[in-house]
Ligand binder design. Structure first.
Ligand code: PLP
Length: 479
């Protein structure tokens, strides 16, 4: 029979497909479609290998529990293999993970523990620390630990690399891959370098603010790739699974480029892939444009776009984060903060400022005729850094803080982090001003944060929004 005994046999061995997008003058780009693996992502490979190695070493025994901290795909890979082999799975996830990923894990029977994302590595509530503790306290528990587990890069050295070499008949000259744990690029890249006598060039694709490509580590919107650095992280130790000696170059790719690329890939090529595939393809196209027809680029597309239908493929979500420009024929929120003003620092307060300092800043706003409220976020790692919209965790207002002081529930020297009101509403630069005005009124607010490419670039008040709408309605002076 042409059939398989177990779905484990259907992990990996993914096809290569040529991208049509690059111009004929550049090198051909072939995409390795990891979403066609049995569990839907590049992480099936390491899920299988880590479990098999743990079985061999005796770290995982029959009836045992697999525990992992992951943004989702490794959890799904582990949960799928664990289900097929009869183990229990517990996955600890950061709260920015998409709803689809969480539902997938639950569907495989995994127990899901959600913890706040964006914590410094030393925080006991950081997902890695929570998972390690859970594994220790669970009888028969085994912590997979993809960041420090040699089976992660080994899985790619033993499967992904050889597949690409065989599929291209040794003609591959460039490998482009995202770097999360670094397992994919390290294992695949090392194999291809060895097979080609050092000729294959290995290029990392990295979200622009990730520390791997020299960014300041602030949050970004492409899930599962790159490395975030919390402003309070004292020492940022990169994972053992990222073997930097294999990587020749690492290109920073803006979230906007990555996300618009996957929307184009879906519409123009029928390839429905996730955000990190957009980061990788954007980098691969850049690399290919500088090469000739004798060179051949392979880019790894880690997972499917179906996991991100509510985000990257949802126009409302994209507009709200300021990744879409909206309808230029109608007044837009961003018209109040034109491009040349978007580099100005956003007026916001660092969360360790005191109530007294906040009151001074809020009174100054009042004197300027603005509503005396300000968003609150972490202090910047680098000077002038615009906070990502997701970092603006709250707000403070003059009335609110004055009332708290009068009641005695706040003291002048308290950090404002202890007295936060809910975050201000946010609108993307491409959103229609009229709809934003209506929504702001509905929420009972008078000030909102304007978001462009995921970053706060200004504050906008009801009066400014109304002026934009009225201006568009009033007849032009030329009649
Ligand atoms: C969708 C997606 N892209 C990219 C990566 C990064 O791969 P690696 O961890 O092998 O560097 C991951 C890892 O979780 C992922 O899930």
């Amino acid at each position: 029979m042409d059939a398989h005994e177990s779905l484990i046999e259907l992990i990996g061995n993914t096809p290569l497909v040529r991208l049509r997008t690059p111009g004929a003058e550049g090198a051909a780009v072939y995409a390795k479609l990891e979403y066609l693996s049995a569990g839907g992502s590049v992480k099936d490979r390491i899920g299988l290998r880590m479990i098999e190695e743990a079985e061999k070493s005796g770290a995982l025994r029959p009836g045992g529990t697999v525990v992992e901290a992951t943004s989702g795909n490794t959890g799904a890979g582990l949960a799928m293999v664990a289900a097929a082999k009869g183990y229990r799975t517990v996955v600890v996830l950061p709260d920015k993970s998409s709803a689809e990923k969480i539902a997938t894990l639950r569907a495989y029977g995994a127990e899901v523990v959600v913890r706040p994302g964006g914590l410094p590595a030393h925080d006991p509530e950081h997902i890695l620390n929570v998972a390690a503790r859970l594994a220790e306290s669970t009888p028969g528990g085994w912590f997979a630990g993809q960041y420090g587990n040699p089976a992660n890069p080994a899985a790619h050295y033993l499967t992904t690399g050889p597949e690409i070499w065989r599929q291209t008949e040794g003609r591959v000259t460039h490998l482009v891959s995202c770097v999360g744990t670094g397992g994919t690029i390290s294992g695949t890249g090392r194999f291809l370098k060895e097979a080609s006598g050092g000729a294959v060039r290995v290029i990392g694709a990295d979200p622009a603010s990730s520390v791997y490509s020299g960014g300041d580590g602030r949050p970004y919107f492409v899930e599962a790739a790159g490395r975030f650095r919390h402003p309070e992280t004292v020492e940022d130790v990169w994972p053992d699974s990222y073997q930097q000696d294999v990587v020749d170059e690492i290109l920073p790719i803006a979230d906007r480029d990555a996300l618009l690329t996957i929307r184009r890939l879906a519409r123009e090529e029928g390839l429905l892939v996730g955000g990190s595939a957009g980061t990788a393809v954007s980098a691969a196209l850049r690399v290919a444009a500088g090469l000739g027809p004798r060179e051949l680029v392979v880019v790894i597309l880690p997972d499917s776009g179906r996991q991100y239908l509510s985000k990257y493929f949802n126009d409302e979500w994209m507009l709200r984060q300021g990744f879409l420009d909206g309808d230029p024929g109608a007044p837009r929120v961003g018209d109040a903060v034109p491009a040349e003003l978007r580099e100005r620092p956003l007026p916001y307060l660092h969360h360790h400022r005191t109530v007294e300092q906040a009151l001074d800043a809020l009174r100054a706003r009042q004197r300027e005729g603005a509503e005396p409220v300000l968003p609150v976020g972490p202090a910047p790692v680098a000077p002038g850094r615009q906070p990502t919209s997701v970092e603006l965790l709250g707000a403070v207002g003059l009335e609110q803080l004055t009332a708290a002081l009068a009641r005695g529930t706040a003291a002048a020297g308290d950090p404002i982090a202890d007295h936060l009101a809910p975050p201000l509403p946010r609108f993307g630069t491409g959103e229609p001003a009229g709809a934003a005005l209506a929504e702001l009124a509905e929420q009972g607010g008078r000030t909102a944060v304007v978001v462009h490419d995921g970053h706060g670039v200004g504050l906008i008040g009801t009066a400014e929004l109304r002026a934009l709408v009225d201006q568009a309605l009033s007849p032009s002076p030329l009649g």
